[in-house]
Ligand binder design. Structure first.
Ligand code: FES
Length: 272
């Protein structure tokens, strides 16, 4: 969109060029339910993740490292000898090390095409639902600052690939016991496995990923491998919303599991 299209500057559905319908909208179903549930779900995650990100404690219970705190990049990390860590920020970093790393998955989800739809509807009512007019007079889409910054989503995708790789490594390390001996498995290992499958599925189902894999090709027949990969990504992409929510819940659950074990509220059951 360039911002010059008639519908962008028309003053919304009340403009003279639109049908003169006095009712605010003609929907008779409970259209507000989806945006309200979306807003409640996102708000719950924001509250939970803010608490955990700033808590700066109970994020490591050998051999599990909370996904909110990995990789850990400050000297204060509890996990300095346990998972992917690098003392990049040193001892001067005085607050929770989760803040350093969470910016990447947060940026990835904040600029995600699905989440954009979700929070534009849930929080901004822009528009609140299909065929329900938005309360705002003007619609400029994502053509101006700050929403034009949503275009950096592709770069957050690259960062998300690296973060998913690191969380995969953490999941491999979860096959150790508390003394770092290999070949063990606990309930936490299962929690981490489910989480990493959902994290990868969500990441790979990204619209940017689909374009990187199969976009800008004139002839699929000349690129059979990319065509095949594009078909796989497309199948996941069709479930992007579902994967966005399930991976959001699973990453919070993985963190909460580590919190419960680390705080002593719960002992990790070991299968072998
Ligand atoms: Fe949702 Fe890229 S579009 S993660």
């Amino acid at each position: 969109a360039t911002g010059t299209e008639p519908h962008l500057n028309s003053g919304g559905v009340r403009s003279a060029s639109r049908a003169a319908i006095t009712a605010p909208h003609l929907r008779t179903d409970r259209w507000w339910l989806a945006p309200a549930a979306t807003a409640a779900g996102l708000l719950a995650f924001v509250v939970y993740s803010t608490w955990r990100a700033f808590a700066d404690t109970n994020y490591y219970a050998a051999p599990y490292v909370s996904p909110f705190y990995s990789p850990c990049l400050a000297e204060r990390c509890e996990t300095m000898h346990a998972g992917p860590n690098a003392d990049v920020f040193g001892s001067w970093w005085a607050i929770s090390p989760a803040i350093i790393i969470l910016i990447f998955p947060l940026g990835f989800r904040l600029t995600c095409y699905y989440y954009r739809k979700a929070y534009y509807r849930g929080f901004w009512a822009s528009p609140p639902a299909c065929a329900v007019p938005e309360p705002h007079k003007k619609y400029t889409g994502e053509t101006r600052f700050p929403l034009i910054l949503q275009n950096i989503h592709r770069y957050f995708f690259y960062a998300a690939i690296i973060v998913a790789g690191i969380l995969t490594y953490d999941t491999v390390l979860a096959f150790r016991d508390e003394h770092y001996n290999w070949g063990h498995m606990g309930l936490g290992t299962v929690v981490f496995l489910v989480n990493i499958v959902l994290i990868w599925s969500y990441t790979i189902s990204c619209h940017s990923c689909r374009h990187i894999v199969g976009g800008k090709l004139k002839h699929f027949s000349k690129h059979p491998v990319r065509y095949r990969m594009w078909q796989w990504v497309g199948k996941l992409n069709a479930r992007h919303m579902l994967l966005a929510w399930t991976s959001l819940v699973s990453v919070a659950l993985a963190d909460f599991y580590v919190y419960l074990v680390a705080s002593g509220a719960f002992a990790d059951p070991r299968f072998f």
